[in-house]
Design a protein around this ligand. Structure first.
Ligand code: 13P
Ligand code: SF4
Length: 303
């Protein structure tokens, strides 16, 4: 089937099913192209909670579809490829978290949204890369904060807020591929360019950046900045949106190695199949959902 026919079929089925397609900023170009909304984790969660569609086709990774299910249990949440997980989210289990809580019984638990629903169910509040600093401000009365699972996001937030956290040894295997040498090399090659990176990068990389932002934060920075050239330190999928929205500017990936294989699992063919078969449905069991909802609601409220 050629791409035009594929897209036409997707559009037709979307209407029939009263479905919307949400895509993360790291999705394949052609998937971002057909999406009704493209965004970062916070933007996608907020859109999922507000849409009046009956069906959400979630083009992202598993924890994102779960978050949509936590917020909107009455909707059918579909993932075109169920194997699209987030390795970082899988680096901590509920048992790991319970152990940590036993060691620090008075600590508040802050979970990066890149975590499973059953882990979220054991936490006080979630955050995304775009609101982590503000969420930590809200927790100023807490004596101790356990921040899971991303040690690099936690380290970055700590450097900005002065708060010390109890960390977990989780990290993003894609963002750690971006090295300080990559930034230095690109800065030398493009001396007028600004450098903007994601807070999942290692501290030696965030230290070299002009701005450290979520994926949508990077897109907003690109629009608002006077810079004509920008070096981008995050998963390369975001370059599609950056180039679409700013055709007059030049973007350089900090590293071509920064590719998240899971984000690339969703294809147009799988989106069509998903709408045809109404699969794979992601539904968080009600006992876990109700426990996780408070932490997710508190995250969505904080912009
Ligand atoms: P954003 O919320 O910034 O889009 O990041 C999600 C993610 O998985 C980053 O690797
Ligand atoms: Fe997870 Fe990293 Fe992929 Fe984001 S880029 S989904 S954190 S593995």
């Amino acid at each position: 089937m050629n791409t035009t026919t594929l897209v036409e079929k997707i559009e037709m089925l979307k209407k029939q099913r009263n479905a919307v397609i949400l895509a993360h900023n790291y999705q394949r170009d052609e998937v971002q192209e057909i999406a009704d909304f493209t965004g970062d984790s916070l933007g996608l969660s907020r859109t999922a909670s507000k849409t009046d569609a009956d069906v959400i086709v979630f083009c992202g990774v598993h924890f994102m579809a779960e978050t949509a299910s936590i917020l909107s249990p009455e909707k059918t949440i579909l993932m075109p490829d169920l194997d699209a997980g987030c390795p970082m989210a899988n680096m901590i289990t509920v048992d790991d978290l319970r152990g940590l809580k036993q060691e620090h019984p008075d600590a508040k638990v802050l979970a990066y949204v890149n975590s499973s629903a059953d882990v979220k169910a054991e936490t006080d509040i979630c955050c995304t890369s775009s609101n982590a600093l503000k969420v930590v401000e809200k927790l100023q009365d807490a004596n101790e904060i356990i921040f899971i699972p991303d040690k690099y996001l936690a380290t970055y937030v700590s450097s900005q807020t002065g708060r010390k956290f109890i960390l977990w040894n989780g990290y993003c295997p894609t963002h750690v591929k971006i090295r300080p040498e990559d930034i230095q090399r690109q800065r030398e090659a493009h001396p007028h360019a600004k450098v903007v990176v994601h807070p999942e990068c290692i501290p030696q990389v965030t230290d070299l950046a002009d701005a450290v932002l979520s994926t949508t934060g990077i897109c907003n920075y690109a629009k608002e900045s006077d810079a004509d050239e920008i070096i981008v330190g995050t998963e390369v999928g975001v370059l599609y949106r950056l180039r679409q929205e700013n055709p007059e500017k030049i973007f350089y990936p900090a590293s071509e190695q920064a590719v998240c294989p899971n984000m690339k699992k969703t294809t147009l063919e799988k989106v069509l199949w998903s709408l045809e078969k109404m699969q794979h449905e992601v539904r968080v069991p009600e006992n876990i959902r109700t426990k996780a909802k408070g932490a997710v609601d508190r995250m969505v409220e904080i912009l």
